[in-house]
Design a protein around this ligand. Structure first.
Ligand SMILES: [Zn+2]
Length: 437
């Protein structure tokens, strides 16, 4: 087995002091962190990280691989080439693991197999499979409104009583999902919501199968119900402008040790789409194809957003403020973006998320922890978010100190996934990687 030594870099471990150390990797695992590891491994392949920083690979715990990040106006947004480019985009931006938050189970399996065969460049893929919702609930009656029935069946489980809900959850566990997703949100009365006892039954059944339950919520009331039902993570920040109620919620979330994924990127993207400027998102040309960006700039499409500009700006403002309350209450954040939604670009948007988390009050180190240790805790895969002997060899070599400038994370020079090192140039040229394990 060839050993890879990442030599001469500064190791960044969130919450701990910077460490000048080499990292030795063998067989997809970190086998050593310490001084001068070239010596015990004289035949190792060396990556010279002098003057650079080494961080764990980033994790996005809320993505929709079936979404294009466009406005779903052209079939080109959904070709297999585009899907492959979306997956590659994660690696380009240093994201080495993602959790798909709805449907796509068959495609995820297919992509995992292609990646295993070395035919596809993809981050580690985790998936919840179809999401639980009430009959006619979100997203069945909203996003999936015009979808054929088979597609809806693939994407959602509409359940109305605890017994049927448990059966469906057990079937998904059997089918090998990595977690269970539950939508508990009535869109301020616009669509039906799961009954509380159904929500509780699904969470319980998930736990009985050793799976975590992640609950999409729409309001403070939903969040309190989800918390009481035993949710492992709340998805999407509440957007009420009621600091007292939000404070009580976040104190309860912190006390329960429940994780929170605010998905600030999706509120940010909506506000940007509503903006008067044509291409407000800086750096988007690295993140998306010209056709996709043209689609997002289409004046007719943008008009619908611009007409609700005040609404979207208000949502973003409240989401940021409520995230600040969560952070101050000591709620642990697991980073997730809602990538695949309009202008929430695959890979790239995780860096927007980290910026927004810092705007909401996290330190850069706290934001990095949210996308590494916090995200790994949500997946129940702590070995993915750490740099220590025994941890997975998912690592980034970045050109600057992310604790001083988070932007360095968005430009990794090396991306190491499961012990396989990709130079940035290879990822951006789409040529072959080099297996060093
Ligand atoms: Zn989502």
């Amino acid at each position: 087995m060839t050993v890879l030594v990442i030599s001469g870099g500064t190791v960044v471990r969130p919450g701990r002091d910077l460490l000048r150390a080499d990292i030795a990797v063998r067989d997809g695992r970190i086998v050593g962190v310490g001084a001068d590891l070239r010596r015990p491994f004289p035949d190792a392949r060396i990556i010279d990280a002098s003057g650079m920083y080494v961080v764990p690979g980033l994790i996005d715990t809320h993505v929709h691989l079936g979404g294009s990040a466009g406005l779903a106006r052209s079939p080109e947004e959904f070709t297999s080439e585009q899907f492959e480019l979306n997956l590659l985009s994660y690696l380009r931006f240093g994201v080495t693991a993602v959790l798909d938050m709805g449907g796509m189970l068959h495609l995820v399996r297919h992509w995992r197999e292609l990646a295993r065969l070395g035919e596809l460049r993809s981050p580690r893929l985790f998936a919840v499979g179809p999401a639980f919702t009430a009959p006619g609930g979100h997203p069945v009656s909203t996003i999936f409104r015009d979808f054929p029935e088979e597609a809806v069946e693939m994407l959602a489980r509409q359940v109305d009583d605890p017994v049927a809900a448990r059966e469906e959850a057990a079937k998904l566990a059997e089918a090998g999902v990595d977690a269970i997703k539950i939508i508990y949100d009535d869109g301020e009365g616009r669509f039906p919501k799961l009954r509380r006892e159904v929500l509780r039954a699904i969470v319980e059944e998930a736990h009985r199968h050793g799976l975590k339950a992640f609950v999409h919520i729409g309001s403070v009331g939903d969040a309190l119900d989800a918390l009481e039902a035993g949710a492992d993570c709340l998805e999407h920040m509440v957007t009420e402008g009621d600091p007292g109620a939000v404070k009580r919620l976040m104190d309860a979330v912190a006390a329960a040790g429940t994780l929170y994924t605010p998905t600030l990127s999706v509120y940010g993207a909506m506000a940007e789409l509503a903006d008067e400027r044509d291409l407000p998102w800086e750096g988007a040309e690295r993140a998306a194809s010209p056709a996709l960006l043209r689609g997002l700039s289409d004046p007719v499409a943008r008009k619908a957003f611009r007409e609700r500009r005040k609404f979207f700006n208000g949502k973003l403002r409240n989401a940021l403020e409520n995230t600040r309350i969560a952070i101050e209450a000591g709620v642990r954040i697991a980073a997730g973006t809602d990538a695949g939604n309009p202008a929430v670009f695959h890979g790239y948007s995780l860096h927007r998320e980290l910026e927004l988390l810092v705007m909401a009050g996290l330190s850069p180190g706290g934001a990095l922890a949210a996308a590494t240790a916090g995200a790994a805790a949500k997946l129940g895969r702590e070995e993915l978010g750490a740099i220590a002997p025994g941890a997975a060899a998912d690592l980034l070599v970045v050109p600057g100190n992310p604790l001083e400038d988070l932007a360095a994370l968005g430009r990794p020079r090396w991306v190491i996934l499961d012990g396989v090192a990709y130079a940035a140039g290879e990822l951006w040229e789409s040529t072959g990687g080099e297996d060093v394990s």
